[in-house]
Write a protein that binds this ligand. Structure first.
Ligand code: ADP
Length: 445
């Protein structure tokens, strides 16, 4: 609040001074006139004896006393008015200003406390002796700080860090220092920065900012694993292609063997091509750059179309495939090409992982606002311990066998991402040597 800097108080003081001057001057004039009167009376012999002079003097004394009392009363009244006025003009706004400043400071303090309280990053301020000056709940949670931990050493010693508070505080050129700490199943990053007194620039303590970087570390590990997996997946067919082509170039083989070798080369090249297509699909799905073109279409029709598309593979393995569509399934609303890719992948898996002459059933129906497609085979099945990892990229139950069958281990993860993007879902149930049941749900609205 801005104090009113008016000139009123000064004017009032001057006025009071003038009033008081007038009062004093009036008194002086009154007394002077009275003395002149007595003087006159003595000169004109109106007063002739000493007794009368005494009488006049007593009268004068009474007048002076009265004037003094009146003067004092006026003076007191004026002083009180002045005091009240000054308190209104100066002290009250001053008090108000101090109050509002305190209020503002309190509000700022509360705001800071609230922010610290709700911050996801942990904050700890240590004083020069290493004692905690300030700590927020996130810091306690992230570093699992117990109520007995009060000092820098008590908190950080248990993480076996080579940290020295004094070094951190007094190192001239240190602006901040970062440390990674494993706290149970989490990874946290702690940033230590010394802070100084603003006036004398003397070191006052250390601020530790704690951040949960578990997700970043996991993502980084996943990225590294992904690169390693892709390199490995590409290296295997390349090695095979190089091996067979070199053998063909070096030796003089009969046409039959040459054809056999070339078939292997062709198979490996196809696998590489599939891997690259799958990777491109994943990359497009990851970057959200894949344009989703939702439309209404008949899921039963699409299931039958997929069955037709895979007729050669089905025939090769002599499978018996049945497609049953419940009447009145409402049209689904999704990207038709995407959903076709998912159905083809699930159906291909059933064909691949079911021994010759197997049975594959496709059911199309609906529950509530979703239509579903259920593909059931009586193939080799998936062990229970692998079921929850089946949607991970490159995850295959039996790596060598799946690779032999041309699998990349990316199909189900692509299917899951496509369904997530189209508002659908995928669920797999399986029993080893009994078969697998995959249910895909797709919204109808
Ligand atoms: P792939 O290209 O290797 O088939 P997917 O992601 O489609 O990759 O499948 C992952 C793994 O899940 C496969 O390698 C296979 O081990 C297993 N799997 C998928 N579907 C079936 C099925 N119907 N029967 C048995 N195993 C299956």
């Amino acid at each position: 609040m801005k104090m009113k800097t008016s000139r009123k108080p000064l004017t009032i003081v001057i006025l009071v001074f003038i009033v008081e001057l007038i009062v004093v001057a009036t008194l002086g004039v009154m007394i002077q006139r009275r003395l002149n009167l007595i003087d006159e009376k003595i000169e004109t012999r109106q007063i002739s004896d000493w007794h009368q002079v005494q009488e006049e003097c007593r009268e004068l004394e009474k007048t002076i006393n009265k004037a003094l009392i009146i003067g004092m009363i006026i003076f007191a009244i004026v002083t009180i008015i002045l005091a009240v006025y000054l308190s209104q003009m100066i002290i009250y706004p001053l008090k108000k200003m101090i109050e509002s400043k305190e209020k503002k400071e309190r509000a700022e303090e509360t705001e800071l406390k609230t922010k610290l309280l709700h911050m996801t990053e942990g904050i700890i301020a240590f004083n020069i002796d290493g004692k905690i000056d300030l700590i927020n709940p996130a810091a306690k949670l992230l570093l699992k700080i117990s109520p007995e931990d009060y000092t820098f050493e008590e908190i950080f010693n248990k993480f076996n860090l080579d940290l020295n508070l004094e070094k951190l505080i007094y190192l001239e050129d240190l602006t901040s220092m970062e440390q990674r700490i494993e706290v149970e199943d989490k990874t946290v990053k702690v940033l230590f920065s010394p802070f100084r007194n603003e006036e004398n620039n003397k070191p006052e303590g250390i601020i530790a900012v704690i951040q949960d970087i578990t997700e970043n570390v996991q993502l980084d590990t996943m990225r590294k694993e992904f690169v390693a997996d892709v390199s490995h997946e590409l290296k295997t067919p390349i090695t095979s292609i190089m091996g067979y082509t070199d053998t063909l170039l070096e030796g003089d083989y009969d046409p039959e063997t040459q054809k056999e070798f070339l078939q292997v080369v062709s198979g490996e090249a196809k696998r590489m091509a599939k891997l690259v297509t799958d990777l491109l699909d994943l990359s497009r799905l990851d970057n959200n750059s894949r344009y989703i073109k939702k439309e209404k279409f008949d899921l039963g029709e699409l299931a039958k179309e997929c069955q037709k598309n895979l007729a050669i593979e089905i025939k090769k393995k002599k499978h018996h495939v049945e497609c049953l569509v419940t009447a009145d399934v409402p049209p689904v609303y999704a990207d038709k090409d995407d959903i076709k890719r998912v159905i083809l992948n699930i159906l291909t898996n059933s064909i691949k992982y079911t021994p010759e002459g197997g049975s594959i059933k496709i059911y199309v129906g609906f529950v509530y606002s979703d239509a579903y497609i259920k593909i059931i085979d009586n193939g080799i099945g998936i062990p229970e311990e692998d079921l929850n990892r089946i949607f991970e990229r490159f995850y295959r139950v039996d790596k060598s066998r799946a690779r032999e069958m041309g699998g990349t281990g990316l199909g189900l993860s692509i299917a899951k991402e496509i369904l997530d993007k189209n508002g659908g879902s995928i669920d797999i149930k399986s029993k080893v040597n009994k078969g697998t049941e995959v249910v895909i749900k797709i919204p109808t609205k």
